[in-house]
Design a protein around this ligand. Structure first.
Ligand code: AP5
Length: 215
């Protein structure tokens, strides 16, 4: 098993890049910690009830909670798979818990891809994001608009704004990123695993830059 990490601020394009790679490369799987948690909140299970408040406030859920979810998923995947982790790890504690999972699964970790995007563009991207209320397909009102305003191209359901995409929550998420996730850059750089990618430009260009970094 190979584990690739996508690191980057909210709105840097982690989900977009991981989604494209998983759709186009054989045995690549997109593992989004945010999607896993949102699904838990929707189904109102014990994890979801615990995570809900943190997510509403734009703060991180406890390390052990999310590390257990990702670890359980990794342990259930075939050895031939490549997991693209989108949004995990996000703290030094989570990076250490990921190392334990890597060891347990006899996996290979790397690269850790950092998507760099300026703050003004991050806010533009998040404030224009729309999601399908039924199938979860992602759009952006200007950069990736649906064919019909407010309607999903894939399944025809209405598009919605993600609950934590309100501007005050976005600002909190950016603060949390700077305080808790930025230290991971030095951590992985020191281990020679960090690969910086310019995350600005059209999505197809960014995906191609990342794809080239993976070979
Ligand atoms: P999560 O869902 O992971 O959110 P995030 O990290 O804040 O990232 P986003 O989903 O906002 O952005 P993204 O980088 O995926 O960008 P996207 O591709 O969507 O986490 C949500 C919450 O869950 C956290 O706040 C926390 O509470 C909890 N959580 C999750 N993981 C956790 C963890 N490990 N530990 C603790 N708590 C955790 O793109 C954004 C928009 O831009 C889209 O509209 C897209 O269409 C558009 N776009 C993307 N790329 C381009 C491009 N190149 N050009 C033009 N538009 C683009």
């Amino acid at each position: 098993m190979r584990i690739i990490v996508l690191l980057g601020a909210p709105g840097s394009g982690k989900g977009t890049v991981a989604g494209h790679l998983a759709a186009s490369l054989e045995r690549f799987y997109h593992v989004s910690s945010g999607d896993m948690l949102r699904e838990a909140v929707r189904s109102r299970n014990a994890v979801g009830l615990q995570a809900d408040g943190y997510m509403r406030r734009g703060e991180l859920v406890p390390d052990e909670l999310i590390a257990r979810m990702v670890g359980d998923l990794a342990r259930g995947m075939p050895a031939s798979s490549t997991l693209i982790l989108d949004g995990f790890p996000r703290t030094l504690g989570q990076a250490e818990l990921l190392d334990a999972t890597v060891l347990e699964c006899a996996a290979r970790l790397g690269p850790v891809v950092l998507l760099s995007v300026g703050e003004e563009l991050l806010i533009n991207r998040i404030s224009g994001r729309r999601l399908c209320s039924r199938c979860g397909e992602g759009y952006h009102v200007s950069f990736m608009p649906p064919q019909r305003d407010g309607v999903c191209d894939r399944c025809g359901a209405p598009l919605i704004v993600r609950r934590d995409d309100k501007i005050e929550t976005v600002r909190r998420r950016l603060q949390v990123y700077k305080a808790q996730t930025l230290p991971l850059i030095g951590f992985y750089e020191d281990r020679g695993q960090l690969c910086r990618i310019d995350g600005e430009g059209a999505a197809a260009e960014v995906v191609e830059r990342v794809r080239l970094a993976l070979v």
